[in-house]
Design a protein around this ligand. Structure first.
Ligand SMILES: Nc1ncnc2c1ncn2[C@@H]1O[C@H](COP(=O)(O)OP(=O)(O)OP(=O)(O)O)[C@@H](O)[C@H]1O
Ligand SMILES: [Mg+2]
Length: 308
């Protein structure tokens, strides 16, 4: 696990301050009968923080992530609540009020998302480079060709993909490599928040580990905050600073990862913890490699030299 003891640079001058606030958000699917998929959810994501979002299938994790990024489509509808992005320069952005053009400029640049099943979302007939460059062209139309290419190579290298392969097509990459490409795409414009919906679920444990360690290492370098969604509670406990557990659309538990592990407040969380044999042993043996929200409190995460 953690062997690296470098001091953590943190997420810039405002590390630890809120970057995204979700306030009493309600999302429904207007179907018969109506589904209240997200109920009164309030969460605060801090700069540089890893917020783990757990809960059984159908509890509303993806719906929440989509609504936060304004990607929800009918029959989904945000009925009440607020989502505020606290930009690096001090401006507060009311995400639910952005018009199409403002949203287009906001997404990927300030907040990006790695979608559930994303590694299958790359277009099979377009080269990896062209798909990455497309994001750059949309957001930075004045960027010169050579600079675009260089940025794509740079970000691929960051996530552990050999840039020499960028003219290849998605089917020439393994699942792990395709997922790394998707993460590269999410990091291309150096967003302040990355939503990751089951980013590694389809991959084997070793590949998954390598990718998530990379995400953590880059978090230390780039200072982005992550909302990490997965069913894998042991993994979340280890990687997250704080954890929110959802049940039927509601956040029923929201606390520091260690707190959730040692003193789960909600019966559902206790059941969830109990369903992972690896967690039911000695509770004193809790070890995390993820760094806490307070950058001064603990050494950095590390041990990330295995590449998928
Ligand atoms: N298009 C839709 N129309 C109606 N109901 C939907 C639709 N999409 C999702 N739902 C319902 O909304 C609820 C939340 O679904 P969501 O996909 O957000 O859950 P999830 O926590 O991401 O699940 P998983 O872990 O399986 O990905 C579920 O009850 C689901 O059946
Ligand atoms: Mg989902």
């Amino acid at each position: 696990m953690s062997t690296d003891t470098r001091p953590r640079p943190g997420g810039g001058p405002a590390a630890g301050s809120p970057v995204l606030t979700v306030d009493r958000l309600n999302v429904v699917y207007r179907v018969e009968p109506e589904v209240r998929a997200v109920r009164d959810v309030s969460l605060t994501l801090h700069r540089g923080e890893i917020l783990g979002l757990a809960g059984e299938s159908g509890c509303g994790k993806t719906t929440l992530a989509y609504a936060v990024n304004r990607l929800h489509r009918p029959p989904a509808e945000v009925v009440s609540g607020a989502v505020t992005f606290h930009d690096r320069d001090g401006t507060d952005i009311d995400l639910l009020a952005l018009d199409r053009e403002e949203l287009r400029r906001f997404r990927w640049a300030k907040l990006s998302m790695v979608f559930q099943g994303a590694m299958n979302a790359l277009n099979p007939v377009i080269s990896v480079r062209a798909q990455l460059e497309d994001v750059l062209t949309t957001h930075e139309p004045r960027m010169r060709r050579r600079a675009r290419r260089a940025r794509c190579a740079e970000v691929l290298e960051l996530v552990g993909v050999d840039p020499a392969r960028m003219d290849g097509f998605p089917h020439e990459f393994s699942g792990g490599m395709r997922q790394r490409v998707m993460i590269a795409m999410a990091l291309l414009l150096e967003p302040q928040v990355v939503l990751m919906d089951e980013p590694t679920t389809a991959l084997d444990v070793v590949v998954q580990r390598g990718i998530l360690d990379e995400v953590l290492r880059l978090r230390d370098e780039m200072g982005y905050a992550v909302v990490l969604i997965t069913h894998d509670l042991p993994l979340l406990l280890e990687l997250s600073d704080r954890i929110a557990v959802m049940l039927d659309g509601e956040v029923v538990e929201y606390a520091a990862a260690e707190e959730v592990y040692r003193r789960p407040a909600h019966a559902y969380t206790r059941r969830l913890l109990g369903s992972f044999p690896s967690l039911t042993g000695d509770r004193g043996a809790f070890v995390r490699s993820g760094a806490p929200a307070d950058p001064s409190a603990d050494p950095a995460p590390g041990g990330h030299d295995d590449h998928a």
